[in-house]
Design a binder for this molecule. Structure first.
Ligand SMILES: [Zn+2]
Length: 71
């Protein structure tokens, strides 16, 4: 059995959507929580790329300067 929040009624699990309002109830709520987490992970990767790449270039540049100053 499935439960419709809009109509507050139970209907057959074989039905794709609620017979009264026609709104389909998602099978699991866990999927809703996973998407924002993955979105944050993508944003973190972007932040890491934007901040990390110039820092890496600066780091390499400083090493080259250090080697040149010694040699
Ligand atoms: Zn309904």
């Amino acid at each position: 059995m499935r439960y419709c929040k809009n109509c507050r009624i139970l209907y057959s699990s074989q039905a794709a959507a609620c017979p009264k309002c026609g709104v389909a109830e998602p099978p699991k709520k866990d999927n809703e929580g996973e998407e924002p987490v993955s979105g944050k992970a993508v944003r973190r990767d972007w932040l890491f790329l934007i901040i990390g790449t110039p820092l890496f270039i600066l780091f390499v540049y400083l090493i080259v300067l250090l080697i040149k100053s010694i040699g």
